[in-house]
Design a protein around this ligand. Structure first.
Ligand code: PEP
Length: 249
């Protein structure tokens, strides 16, 4: 019922040549009609090239962040309307690197989520605990706090057009993947939380797992009941690695 989504977060990587090679490779490798959705999240300057190369294909594209304000004196920032102008379907909000390196609070993330949704983008809300928080038994409390900030601002109904990505911070870019059991447990917790507010939204909500997903661990992760795909960093930068994850579906 929920289609698997394999999404590639390129972070701050890329060049014209790399974007061309990667996207041409992904296009050529994804024409088999497999039941899986694919999306890439290039840095802002390459969104135009992504649109040029991906329009009319089955691969969607999105941005890694947005400013919640529509326009104005915000040097260096990019609004939801601008992302739409470049054909984006999705936008990441609250990635742990935005939260930790750039000080985005739960409330900032809620503003971004709300603005993305109002503009017609599909926000991919990233949540997840640090290693310390996991070791102190705070995983569920942290994830719940991050979800509540958005639920209180936008309401549960907003999630019929949104995606959640559970990304334990200790697994991002470290090569340490959560076991399928660890990931499934948190995904089930997230789905139950939504179900306590709206069963239908909870049943259709896609919850992606992110944190060192690769071609070897993807099949086991995606086989779990509440894991509906992956948000992939490092392994999304090479055609063969990203296709191996897609082909694990
Ligand atoms: C990410 O950037 O969201 C991510 C999960 O990175 P990686 O796959 O490299 O751990």
């Amino acid at each position: 019922m929920r289609r698997i989504l394999v999404a590639g977060n390129w972070k701050m990587h890329g060049s014209h040549q790399m974007v061309r090679d990667l996207l041409e490779g992904l296009k050529a490798g994804s024409t088999d009609g497999r039941e899986v959705d694919m999306a890439v999240f290039p840095p802002f300057p390459y969104l135009g090239l992504a649109r040029e190369l991906l329009q009319g294909t089955t691969i969607d594209w999105g941005a890694q962040n947005l400013n919640p304000v529509a326009q104005g004196a915000h040097t260096g920032e990019v609004s939801a309307g601008m992302l739409l102008d470049f054909g984006c379907r999705y936008v990441l909000v609250g990635h742990s690197e935005r939260r930790t390196l750039y000080g985005e609070s739960d409330s900032d993330v809620a503003d971004r989520f709300d603005s993305a949704l109002a503009a017609g983008l599909v926000p991919v809300l990233c949540v997840g605990e640090t290693l310390d928080e996991r070791e102190n038994g705070q995983t569920e409390a942290v994830v719940e706090r991050q979800l509540d900030a958005v639920l209180q601002r936008s309401g549960v109904a907003a999630f019929d057009r949104a995606i959640v990505a559970y990304e334990p911070v200790w697994a991002i870019g470290t090569g340490k993947t959560a076991t399928p059991e660890q990931a499934q447990a948190v995904h089930a917790f997230i789905r139950d939380k939504f179900a306590s507010q709206d069963d239908i939204i909870a049943g259709q909500l896609r919850i992606l797992y992110g944190g060192s997903v690769n071609g070897s661990n993807a099949a086991d992760l995606f086989a779990r009941e509440d894991i509906d795909g992956g948000l992939v960093g490092g392994a999304s930068l090479k055609v063969e690695d990203f296709l191996a994850i897609r082909n694990a579906v």
